[in-house]
Design a protein around this ligand. Structure first.
Ligand code: IMP
Ligand code: MG
Length: 185
């Protein structure tokens, strides 16, 4: 099946403005990021917890952890700052709290995209209170439009254009998460 038809089938017939990062580009960058992360936490001696922000990071996280060649644990947190549209509501609500203790562990908070920075500004202080040994942010995409970021991500996959992006975990009203590439609506 031609790529364009495959895409239309996956999007329910809706046209995307363009493909911003294709599958091969994403795969290559995610593999690099895994190696970069492994270089920072080299041996298996100290516990490492990869904490994914659901739902947007689910595909990125599952690809990423397979490229980090050292022991680690995985948990998730659910925070929602967006309603069903394409603009931020400015509020962050916690819908699921990780059951895993963060104390004395190296934590990597995995985000799909940093946009206004509201989510991180709310979450980072909250997670810091739980006494992690270190807390770093790893995001696949960074729009670089946040007026104030409580902490800059240590790892950024791509400096993203200021467009509404979907696919590879990112949604618009819950649609498009299953696209294997990242596109613009
Ligand atoms: P922030 O709090 O404004 O930085 O936004 C963080 C969250 O909003 C991300 O984790 C995404 O779930 C969502 N978001 C922000 N920008 C986009 C986008 O371009 N496409 C899809 N989701 C987005
Ligand atoms: Mg979302």
């Amino acid at each position: 099946m031609p790529d364009s038809l495959l895409t239309l089938r996956r999007t329910g017939g809706r046209q995307l403005a363009r493909i911003v990062y294709d599958e091969a580009t994403i795969a290559a960058r995610v593999a690099e990021m895994g190696e970069e992360i492994a270089g920072v936490y080299p041996d298996g001696g100290e516990p490492l917890l990869v904490l994914g922000l659901l739902k947007g990071s689910f595909i990125f996280l599952s690809d990423l952890v397979r490229h980090i060649p050292r022991p680690l644990h995985v948990d998730f947190i659910v925070a929602s700052s967006y309603g069903s549209g394409t603009t931020s509501s400015g509020r962050v609500s916690l819908l699921y709290d990780p059951s895993t203790s963060l104390e004395n562990k190296h934590i990597i908070l995995v985000e799909d995209i940093v946009d206004s920075g509201t989510t991180l500004s709310r979450l980072v202080p909250m997670l810091e209170e739980r006494g992690p040994k270190s807390l770093e942010i790893c995001t696949l995409l960074h729009k670089h439009i946040a007026a104030h970021l409580v902490r800059e991500p240590k790892w950024v996959g791509f400096d993203a254009p200021n467009e509404f992006l979907i696919g590879y975990g990112l949604d618009h009203s819950e649609d498009f998460r299953n696209l294997p590439f990242i596109g613009s609506l």
